[in-house]
Every structure is written in structure tokens, then in C-alpha cells.
Write a protein that binds this ligand. Structure first.
Ligand code: ADP
Ligand code: MG
Length: 256
């Protein structure tokens, strides 16, 4: 059975997409079968996995509207070693088109059931909002991975997300939990970041992943080559950190 994780944080630019594609590539590297789902109409995770969003015949949009199955709409990224259920601008329309349909928040969950046995991990890159799209992700997930920068307002933004997750847990998906907070773009030379990191550990204890992702320019350069950093420059510090994170995730699901 596949373990399904949403990478979510309603803030933009916090490293969700970078985390999703690099964790996917890291998991593939350590022998896991991975499906990466792009739930953001910007399609950055699709492009960042070497899949041209403009060329896609079918996307996650078709899956949400039940005009395609996951098996029909997914494509293989050979370079990255995982499957991609891509997204493009069309997905922005799904929000409105799903308003009047039944079980609208469960569409993705139902569709994923059909490919469940084919993967060890399904990773979902969420848009920077707590929208119907994010809700579809949260409804099918076992856990949420929350990437965060160790900045002054980081904890404040977390409250809304934690409340949403609690509500989804109570009303729609009993399996859902925050599996962990991932410290990203970390620069240990900045005292404030060190302090916020310590605070996170105090508040959230073992919900904070051991792995810390450093700020690393190779991770930022990789998307312009249509690759996750883990594939683009495997020996870079950023890539190494994501491979360590992939190993940590493999360990964590053993305990789930
Ligand atoms: P989100 O998906 O949350 O909007 P992204 O993953 O797109 O965030 O990251 C925002 C920007 O920060 C991108 O330009 C990305 O390349 C850069 N970035 C993300 N993580 C790192 C990192 N660890 N080191 C350096 N740059 C990073
Ligand atoms: Mg993104």
C-alpha cells in the first residue's frame, strides 16, 4: 500500500515544490516507487521534473473531473526516476468546476485507490492556499510534510494550517496527521534562524524532522534545467540533504 503525503504550507515561496521534487527524486534513488502529483496550477513541480506542462494531453485536472484515470494521465520522468501526474493552468478552473459536484473533496482519493499497489510513496505538491485543491490533497493523505523557513513569522502562519489539518482530520480523513516540519533554506550562520529552529523543536518536538535542508544555490538552479537538484547535481550539499531526508522518510513510514 502506498503512503501518501501532501507537501503543504499556505505561504508561497517557502520551498514546497523544491521539497516535493527533490524528495521524490531522493526516494527514487533509494529504490522506492514514487508518484509525484502536481496540485498547483503553476505547474512548477511538473516542469521541475522534466515534464513540459504545455505538452501534456491529460493532467490532474482531468483526473479531478473524472474524465481520465491516474493511469491514463500520468507520465514517466525517466531522468528523475518517478511518475508524474502533472498540472498546468487548466487546473485553476477545477476550483470552480468542482463547486457543484458530489464528493468533490474526495475526487483525488478515489482516483488514487486504483494505483495504490503500484507505489511506495505518493507525494503531492500543494498550491499556496487552503483551497479545494489542497483539500483534495489533504483528504487522501496519510500525512502532511510542512516545509518552513526558520524566520520570525514562520510559527504564526503555521496556526491556520494546523487548524485546517485538525478539521480535515475530524471531518473528512481520520488518517491525516502532520508527519513533520521540515526546516528548509537553512543558514546556520544566521542567529535568528538558529533561534527559530530551537523554538520549533521546543514546540513540536519529534514532529520536527531531523534532517535540515540548507540554503544551496544548486537547488535553486536545478529547475531551470527541468530537474530536481538531486538529479541535477547529486553531490551538492542540497541534494545530499534531500537524500538523507528521503532515508528519514523511509524510516518514518516503517513506524506508521
Ligand atoms: P513554493 O513551492 O513553496 O512556492 P519553491 O520550492 O518554488 O517554493 O521555492 C521558492 C524559491 O526558493 C525557488 O526559487 C527555489 O528555487 C528556491 N529554493 C527553495 N529551496 C531552496 C534551498 N534549499 N536553497 C536555495 N534556494 C531554494
Ligand atoms: Mg510551488
Amino acid at each position: 500500500m502506498a503512503k501518501i503525503f501532501c507537501v503543504a504550507n499556505q505561504k508561497g515561496g517557502v520551498g514546497k515544490t523544491t521539497t516535493t521534487v527533490n524528495l521524490a527524486a531522493g526516494l527514487a534513488k533509494v529504490g522506492q516507487r514514487v508518484l509525484m502529483i502536481d496540485l498547483d496550477p503553476q505547474g512548477n513541480a511538473t516542469m521541475g521534473s522534466g515534464v513540459d506542462k504545455r505538452q501534456l494531453e491529460m493532467t490532474v485536472y482531468d483526473v479531478l473531473l473524472e474524465s481520465a484515470s491516474v493511469a491514463e494521465a500520468r507520465v514517466r520522468s525517466d531522468k528523475c526516476g518517478y511518475d508524474v501526474l502533472g498540472a498546468n493552468r487548466e487546473l485553476a478552473g477545477a476550483e470552480v468546476e468542482l463547486v457543484d459536484v458530489e464528493r468533490r473533496e474526495k475526487r483525488l482519493k478515489l482516483a488514487l485507490a486504483e494505483v495504490d499497489s503500484q507505489y511506495d510513496f505518493v507525494l503531492i505538491d500543494c498550491p499556496p492556499s487552503l483551497s479545494m485543491l489542497t483539500l483534495n490533497g489533504l483528504c487522501c493523505a496519510h500525512g502532511v510534510i510542512v516545509p518552513m523557513q526558520c524566520e520570525y513569522f514562520a510559527l504564526e502562519g503555521l496556526t491556520d494550517l494546523v487548524n485546517t489539518i485538525k478539521q480535515v482530520h475530524a471531518n473528512l480523513n481520520k488518517d491525516l496527521q502532520i508527519i513533520g516540519l521540515l526546516r528548509v533554506m537553512f543558514d546556520p550562520r544566521i542567529t535568528l534562524q538558529q533561534q527559530v529552529s530551537d523554538q520549533l523543536k521546543e514546540h513540536f518536538a519529534d514532529k520536527v524532522f531531523n534532517t535540515v535542508i540548507p540554503r544551496n544555490v544548486r537547488l535553486a538552479e536545478a529547475p531551470s534545467y527541468g530537474l530536481p537538484g538531486v538529479v541535477f547535481d547529486p553531490s551538492s550539499r542540497g541534494a545530499q540533504a534531500f537524500i538523507t531526508f528521503a532515508e528519514e522518510m523511509v524510516d518514518r513510514i516503517k513506524a506508521m
